[in-house]
Design a protein around this ligand. Structure first.
Ligand code: ATP
Length: 262
């Protein structure tokens, strides 16, 4: 693991108008990590990601490769970080291939058309995710899960190695959720770095190198998965009881109904 963080966040605060959302956030993201960011609805996870992409004005310091984020253009940020949002709608009827080609924008000079290399990179990204057969389909007509995979292919076509993913398994069926986690694991082994939000402690336990837990706009826990996911933190953060068991050498989180199961 590298000594200097790729992204360093120091004493970050953020409010939407008069509504304070994040306070005193300190977080470093290092090359090769898979960080899962957990926390209840509305605790500020997506806002934190948007701040890391300069989509909102930050109060505090965020550096990317030791340079203040405010000194980057959005195009420069896109040459370092790919963002896979929670929801994605497009106003026009783009094909899947065109959507993936959009990942090449940060590499193109203004008014330039995509080159043969850009097309090849987009094809390869679709192939890597296993959805090349969808390339001529209209993006807007795909299922939620298929759209999520296209956005991942677009991120790969961007040729960056840091991915911010906001609830990547949202809307995927059970099989596709697990296949996506496997894909993240595989990409991580190839050298990609991930920060992803999730509502599933089990998913965090399956593939993370580190877990960060937020509540009320603050980070309340940060560390190795098996140290962070405990019965007491699940109760503290989500207000439910859960057992943490070991299966095949890995920790799993098993929820317990308050009244038992009839
Ligand atoms: N555009 C906005 N304008 C005003 N308030 C907002 C806006 N977006 C989010 N908020 C508020 O900021 C807080 C944090 O929202 P955020 O989306 O970051 O939470 P989250 O942890 O990602 O939630 P979830 O798990 O439900 O996706 C919430 O109280 C939300 O209502």
């Amino acid at each position: 693991m590298e000594l200097r963080p790729l992204i360093e966040i120091k004493d970050l605060h953020f409010s939407y108008k008069n509504n304070p959302v994040l306070s005193g956030i300190n977080l470093n993201l290092y090359k090769g990590e898979v960080i899962s960011l957990l926390g209840p609805n509305g605790c500020g996870k997506s806002t934190l990601m948007r701040l890391m992409l300069k989509l909102l004005p930050a109060y505090g310091s965020i550096t990317l490769h030791d340079r203040e984020l405010e000194n980057y253009s959005h195009k420069e940020i896109a040459s370092h970080i790919a963002y896979i949002p929670q929801y994605h709608t497009v106003p026009f009827n783009y094909t899947v291939l065109e959507m993936v080609l959009m990942g090449r924008v940060s590499k193109l000079s203004i008014f330039a058309s995509p080159s043969a290399y850009d097309y090849e990179t987009a094809h390869n990204a679709l192939d890597k995710i296993g959805i090349l057969d969808l390339k001529d389909r209209a993006f807007s007509e795909l299922s939620g899960g298929q759209k999520q995979l296209v956005l991942l292919a677009r991120a790969i076509a961007q040729e960056v190695t840091v991915f911010l993913m906001d609830e990547p398994v949202n809307g995927l069926d059970y099989g596709n959720q697990i296949r996506l986690l496997e894909l993240i694991n595989e990409l991580n082994r190839e050298g990609y770095t991930f920060l992803k939000t999730t509502h599933y402690p089990d998913h965090a336990l399956l593939i993370s190198s580190r877990i960060i837990v937020m509540r009320g706009g603050k980070i309340i826990a940060d560390g190795a998965p098996d140290k962070i996911i405990t019965s007491s933190i699940i109760e503290d953060v989500y207000g439910i009881n859960a057992d943490i068991i070991t299966h095949d050498r890995h920790k799993r989180c098993v929820p317990i109904f308050a009244q038992g199961i009839k």
